[in-house]
Design a protein around this ligand. Structure first.
Ligand code: AMP
Length: 287
């Protein structure tokens, strides 16, 4: 039987019990409106742990003043079915008042890996993510926590948080799950108009074009970036927020493409801002 827990008190009681029984806990933090991407995380957690805890919490701290906190899609009834089908043991589903009864006196500030990509266009976003995860990691005390590579910058920030604050858990990255036409699954895809939905697979195709250019020997990041931008502008009506090519996981600019890097983009459609990325490794040339 899946246990739905809405209070911190109850969660702490149940987790304490699990710990005395030496159960391995797998944790999947989400904002709900679950799709196949979230389900891949739950599946992996189910395979690797005795107990799977899923959290569903649309975290106000990680939304900017002009972002979609109010309109973020929610459907807890449907989410319960998805969680139960994936064998989740506990859903933690707190209200914002339960998580933040009053303004926090201490928050986490992320100092690296946030100058670029979404960190640059969403100031404070990753501080909000790191702060809520700090609370959730303390509450759930997972052995493993599962994060999608779709949010690659988030995964990189979480790696830093876990390392710097010595959380005794392993971060497990999970590959991006896509629609058959290549569009990365996202809770925000429901906000695409019919026309935009048809255009949106061009985002992934443009990333693939970038990868092909690199595979065929291109070493200049700017050349790859402009080819990707051209393709997005020709094939979609979206407005480019950013297209960038950086080292991964440190997310630093490179003069020449080498080692492990990420090509990442964010594009704004009328009601949804979509992100996607590809992580690839270019072998070092022999000196
Ligand atoms: P969210 O509910 O959007 O905050 O996402 C919760 C978790 O699911 C994060 O670790 C995301 O990276 C992951 N996730 C979201 N979309 C996908 C996807 N298409 N494939 C894999 N993981 C995903």
């Amino acid at each position: 039987m899946m246990n739905i827990i809405t209070t911190i008190d109850e969660l702490q009681k149940v987790i304490k019990e699990m710990k005395t029984q030496n159960k391995q806990i797998g944790f999947v933090p989400t904002m709900g409106y679950l799709h196949e991407g979230h389900r891949a995380l739950m599946k992996k957690a189910r395979e690797e742990n005795d107990v799977v805890v899923l959290s569903i919490f649309v975290n106000p701290l990680q939304f900017g003043p002009n972002e979609d906190l109010e309109s973020y899609p929610r459907d807890f009834v449907r989410d319960q079915d998805a969680a139960s089908a994936e064998g989740v043991d506990i859903i933690f589903y707190p209200t914002p008042a339960e998580m933040y009864p009053e303004e926090l006196s201490v928050t986490i500030q992320v100092r690296k890996r946030t100058d670029a990509l979404c960190g640059a266009s969403r100031p404070g976003h990753f501080d909000g993510v790191a702060t809520v995860l700090t609370k959730l990691f303390h509450l759930v005390q997972p052995d493993r926590a599962y994060f999608g590579k779709k949010d690659a910058q988030q995964a990189a920030v979480v790696e830093g948080l876990v390392k710097d604050f010595n959380f005794p858990l392993q971060v497990v990255p999970v590959d991006t799950v896509r629609e058959p036409d290549g569009l990365a699954k996202s809770s925000r895809n429901v906000y695409l108009s019919e026309k935009e939905r048809k255009e949106a697979p061009a985002l992934y195709r443009s990333l693939q074009l970038g990868e092909e250019l690199i595979d065929s020997g291109e070493t200049n990041p700017e050349t790859v970036i402009s080819a990707i931008k051209d393709k997005i502008l020709t094939e979609t009506s979206g407005e480019i927020d950013y297209v960038n090519l950086l080292s991964y996981p440190n997310l630093e600019n490179m003069d020449t493409i080498q080692g492990t890097c990420i090509i990442a983009l964010a594009v704004k459609f009328s009601k949804a801002r979509l992100i996607d990325n590809i992580i690839l490794t270019r072998e070092q040339e022999e000196a």
